[in-house]
Every structure is written in C-alpha cells, then in structure tokens.
Design a binder for this molecule. Structure first.
Ligand code: EPU
Length: 289
C-alpha cells in the first residue's frame, strides 16, 4: 500500500466505527466500490504481506487499544450496497444493512428474515457469523454466496458448502461479495406482526440503546451464557468504564471514557467467575482485533 488511491485512508480511527466505540487505529482503511477495486487491494495486501480484514457494521468486533496493523476494508459503497429482487429471491451486496433489509422485507410481505429483527450487521458479516438468535438464523435463508478469495478470484458457493453452524461458517479468509436469499411470500400483516413481536422481545431483554457489541460470549451447548453470568452474580460488575448490563448479563456496556482494555479485563474476570462457579468455559462470540 505504498502509494494509495483516494478510497484508501492511512492511519484511520476504526475504533469509532464499532458499536463499542473504543480502540485504536488501522494502518489503512479502504472503501472499494466494486469487485475489481477490492481484488486489487486484496492482492496488494497479499503481495506486501499486510494483514487484511473486512469490517461490517462493527457490531461484533472489539478493536484493541493498539489498533490493527494492517488494512481494514469497508464495503460501504457502490455494488456492495445494492439489492436486487426477483419475486421472492433477493441478492444483496455484502455491505447492505441487515436491519434495514429485514424491516423492508417485513413491510413488503417477504417472509424469512423477520426472526433477525433488530440484529445489527451487514450482509457479509451475517453470512460469516451466521447471525441469529432464538427466532432464527441467517443461514436458513441463504441460497448461495459470491466470494472473493485472497488471490482475487471470484467464487460461487451454495449453502451446503458454506457450512453454517451456531454463529459460524466455513468461509475461512474468503470475502463475501453478495448473498442470494430465498424468501417466501406471506401475508404482509402477519410478517409485520412477527417482526414487531421479535423486535419488542429484543428491546425488552437487551440494552439496545447503549454502546455494546451484543452478546459477548457464545451460548455453551445446552445453556445460556447470559443466564450463567447472571447466576454468578455479575450484573453490574465493572472494570474501568465498562460494566455488565443489568438488563442482559451477556452484554457489556462501554460508558464514557471506556477503553478496549477495560472490556478485555472484564471479559477475563467474567470468564474466571463463570469457570469457578459452573466449571464452564465461555467462548468469545465477539472478535478482538
Ligand atoms: N437470562 C437470564 N439473565 C440474563 C440474560 C438471560 O437469566 O441476564 C436468561 C433468559 O431469561 C432466558 C435465557 O437466559 O431464559 C436466554 O436468554 P435470551 O432469550 O435473552 O437469549 P440468549 O440465548 O441470551 C440469544 C442470542 C442473542 C439473541 C437472543 C434473542 C447468543 C449468544 N445470543 O441470546 O444474540 O439476540 O438469543 O434472539 O446466541 C448476539 O449474538 O450478539 C445476540 C445478542
């Protein structure tokens, strides 16, 4: 990345692009507008041995205070923001906002996404993480995705190959370009009602207005991380300006002046307490860069 194009910004504050709003800078922040521009960045990063990551809506990522010594890509322009609909089949670019798309589909009587009401993500992040919760998972509606590998080649994978699991997929380091979703037509008022109910459950049970990254830990098989943290008496536990939410114990809230290191210290503390109380190892759902 020696001489860079106007869509590549050096020394960029990426912490503020995440929902926590904490953490340091990236060596470069790139905003390619199409597959060719993205491929050029990916191949240059490979050739120069610079690590590269794609940042979606920043809802599941904690940037460390030291920042990320590499290229961070955001697919927030051009072809990555486009959506195409053919009857009940929808192709959405990796940078399309899942919350907006979910709401729009529920208004148009397109069923299949309403279980994801209120989940913050881009389409690319939702594929990679198989975003979801108790009312459904994104992978259930994905028919196929187009990917870019780290040599700049475009691939087409069907759902079987993507290997969706609980908050995971088998994409490895391949970058999602777009996803084709198979939805179904339903009575608009029933899709809207389900959407509203799921959204209300989320608002009631989660601190959605605060600086959080959603659930910090994955649910251990057969139980709920939030319930375990709660039963360990950790609601309100605090390190620096970061504390465990009173509303949902698997959420950590970053208050005024918080740092990534506060979040990391609280993660360690919560893990230790839950290990001691229940002999259960909590695994991170959020990614730390
Ligand atoms: N619970 C407590 N105390 C708490 C939190 C939860 O006792 O502080 C209990 C609840 O009463 C309930 C159970 O734990 O009996 C499960 O709670 P909830 O329904 O809130 O679901 P969850 O398993 O904690 C999952 C997803 C959420 C998603 C919700 C709703 C994970 C780790 N979390 O939460 O996803 O929004 O279902 O669909 O899979 C995320 O992934 O970032 C996320 C927020």
């Amino acid at each position: 990345m020696k001489e860079y194009a106007d869509h590549i910004q050096p020394n960029a504050d990426i912490g503020r692009l995440t929902w926590y709003g904490v953490g340091g800078t990236a060596r470069f922040l790139a905003h390619p507008g199409d597959t060719d521009e993205l491929a050029e960045i990916v191949v240059r990063a490979r050739d120069e041995g610079v690590p590269l990551k794609v940042l979606g809506s920043g809802a599941n990522v904690l940037i460390s205070d030291d920042g990320f010594d590499g290229v961070v890509v955001r697919l927030d322009r051009g072809e990555f923001r486009r959506t195409k609909r053919r009857e009940t089949t929808l192709t959405a670019g990796a940078g399309v906002d899942l919350m907006v798309l979910t709401k729009k589909c529920s208004e148009q009587g397109l069923a299949g996404l309403e279980g994801l009401a209120g989940i913050p993500a881009t389409i690319g992040g939702a594929v990679r993480m198989n975003a979801g919760g108790r009312f459904g998972e994104f992978g259930n509606v994905v028919r196929e995705v187009r990917l870019l590998d780290r040599n700049g080649a475009v691939l087409r994978w069907d759902r079987g190959r993507i290997g969706f699991g609980y908050r995971r997929s088998d994409l490895g380091d391949r970058i999602v370009l777009d996803a084709t979703l198979e939805l179904s037509a339903d009575d608009p008022s029933s899709v809207r009602r389900r959407y509203t109910d799921y959204f209300a459950y989320k608002t009631k049970t989660q601190p959605i207005k605060e600086h959080t990254a959603g659930c910090v830990f994955k649910n251990p098989a057969g139980s709920s991380a939030g319930a375990l943290i709660d039963r360990a008496g950790l609601k309100g536990a605090r390190r620096g300006a970061v504390y465990v939410s009173d509303r949902h114990a698997n959420f950590m809230i970053a208050g005024e002046g918080a740092t990534a290191s506060d979040v990391l210290r609280l993660i360690d503390y919560v893990r230790d307490c839950v290990r001691r109380a229940f002999d259960t190892e909590l695994e991170l759902e959020i990614e730390v860069w």
